[in-house]
Design a protein around this ligand. Structure first.
Ligand code: BES
Ligand code: MN
Ligand code: ZN
Length: 510
């Protein structure tokens, strides 16, 4: 039914082709603030280009059309005897504040500028001296691959423009130095795009069963163990919290379990757990109609875990990992869970459900217990859990809370490295008071205060003494508006920070 909407067809390579001999539809040249063809430090790239274009580049600078200001751009056609048909000078901003995120955004925005043009199928990206570092090359790869994908899965007409080949042209180093960066960046970005595609799918397609099917497809392709529990098995195990959420829906719940390196017997077992609500209407505590359609993205945490597991399968860290995605719809019906109901979770703890719209924490509670019962020595969950998180941190950072300082520190570091930035929030026991129940062990909502923290505190009840951390990605999992570097909609946030965290843990062990 759907077109090959978001399939990434960009093939990335590296070469040391001389500037005058690049045979692509376009050459992308990043320009940092203050750089000019006359500037001696940067002379090798801009001055050489100016030479090849017989002064066309210098005249752009002389006229003040290019100052390096972020996201400004000048596209030249047939610039002198230059062998590429077009030259894109792209403003890269301030070189002093370069980090993985700014480089990703630079590459993504340049690619998005180009796919809005007609007839560009191949590109070269000039890796200028300031960008000659493995981490930045990786960021270029990630930004380009992510920038190219959009969510128009079901648009019937209109041509699909993609850049099929991207050649990273090194100024100085041996291009084979870029190979590892290309391999890692491609694995990461493909996995981010997988998560985004799962998110873009509407909830009539992306049901819990379909989410499980896509996870199974990925697992078969990448060589991961796969299992999906159905409702009978959940009932048998006693997953009363997860089942309570799916009661109102005709679509049965699933618990997806992906295993990596399961047979390596010893050591740590990292569990990644992702909220997979394929549509959140709020249930009987129904949400207002405005923006309710965005609640198809409420499986963003689950998608991030599926994506991270794909990246892990490709990059092969030496550690055991399980990915767990509890998947359900949250709908009202004559059978639905009601405010005031009490349910018994897999852990044995009873939960008073004061608000059926606080459903994510219910399905995560059982998934976290399932992970711990399965031997997890550390649990990290990702969830579009609270509107309060969007109020607190917006789209720039996800909230981070947990019970283990080393885990928190490692996640912050993993996030900074890959540009998925996290911000720690407190989790003092005082917050736990707010979700004390008069009838059961805990209730699923507090008062109007500290909404993201009380949600996390609820989860802490189920993590117990196992080191656990929680990423609230409610603000970061999708973007309401298109950005220069990414289409609107699902962002795949969480894939890289989770995968990177696992890779770091594995190399710390080695
Ligand atoms: N999926 C929502 C959280 C959400 C809201 C994510 C907006 C992204 C944007 C979650 O299930 C939810 O409804 N949370 C409630 C909790 C409340 C009832 C305590 C919320 O945040 O309003
Ligand atoms: Mn909800
Ligand atoms: Zn939700």
């Amino acid at each position: 039914m759907w077109k090959e909407g978001t399939k990434n067809k960009m093939k990335i390579s590296a070469s040391r082709t001389a500037l005058g001999e690049i045979n692509k539809d376009v050459l992308i040249v990043p320009v940092f603030e203050g750089e000019t063809p006359r500037d001696s430090e940067h002379a090798s790239a801009l001055a050489a280009l100016d030479h090849v274009t017989r002064g066309a580049v210098a005249s752009v600078f002389e006229d003040g059309e290019m100052t390096g200001k972020r996201d400004s751009s000048v596209l030249l056609h047939k610039a002198g005897p230059l062998s590429t048909k077009r030259l894109l000078l792209y403003g890269a901003g301030n070189a002093a504040t370069l980090d993985s995120l700014s480089v990703q955004r630079l590459a993504g925005a340049a690619i998005r500028t180009l796919i809005k043009q007609r007839g560009i199928r191949s590109a070269a990206f000039l890796v200028t001296r300031k960008l000659e570092r493995e981490a930045w090359v990786r960021a270029i790869v990630e930004g380009a691959l992510i920038g190219q994908v959009s969510g128009e899965l079901y648009r019937s007409n209109g041509e699909k423009r993609v850049i099929e080949t991207l050649d990273l042209v090194g100024e100085l180093p041996d291009p084979s130095d870029f190979e590892a960066a290309i391999r890692i960046g491609t694995a990461m970005a493909d996995s981010v795009n997988l998560a985004r595609e799962l998110g873009y799918e509407p909830s009539n397609v992306m049901t819990p069963s379909e989410l499980a099917r896509r996870a199974e497809e990925m697992a078969a392709r990448e060589g991961l163990e796969f299992e999906a529990l159905g409702e009978d098995e959940m009932k048998h195990l006693g997953m009363g919290a997860l089942l309570a959420v799916s009661r109102g829906s005709q679509e049965p719940a699933r618990l997806v379990v992906l295993g990596y390196n399961e047979n390596a017997n010893e050591g740590e077992l990292i569990a990644l757990v992702g909220k997979g609500i394929t549509f959140d209407s709020g249930g009987i505590s129904i949400k207002p109609a405005e923006k309710m359609e965005e609640m198809k993205y409420d499986m963003g945490g689950g998608a991030a875990v599926i994506g991270a597991m794909q990246a892990i399968a490709r990059l092969k860290p030496n550690v055991r990992v399980i990915g767990i995605v509890p998947a359900s719809e949250n709908l009202p019906s004559g059978r639905a869970l009601k405010p005031g109901d009490v349910v018994r979770s897999l852990s044995g703890k009873t939960i008073e459900v004061v608000n059926t719209d606080a459903e994510g924490r219910l399905i995560l509670a059982d998934a976290i217990t399932y992970a711990i019962n399965g031997g997890a020595t550390c649990v990290v969950d990702a969830a579009t859990l609270t509107g309060a998180c969007v109020v607190a941190l917006g789209e720039a950072r996800a909230a981070l809370m947990g019970t283990d300082q080393r885990l928190i520190d490692d996640l912050v570091k993993a996030g900074e490295q890959c540009g998925e930035r996290l911000w720690p929030m407190p989790l003092d026991d005082d917050y736990g008071e707010i979700i004390r129940s008069d009838i059961a062990d805990v209730k699923n909502v507090g008062n109007r205060t500290a909404g993201s923290i009380t949600a996390a505190y609820f989860l802490k009840h189920f993590a117990g003494s196992v080191p656990w951390a929680h990423l609230d990605i409610a603000g970061t999992a999708w973007t309401e508006k298109e950005k220069p570097y990414i289409a609107k909609g699902a962002t795949g946030f969480g894939v890289r920070v989770l995968a990177n965290f696992v890779l770091n843990r594995a190399s710390a062990r080695a």
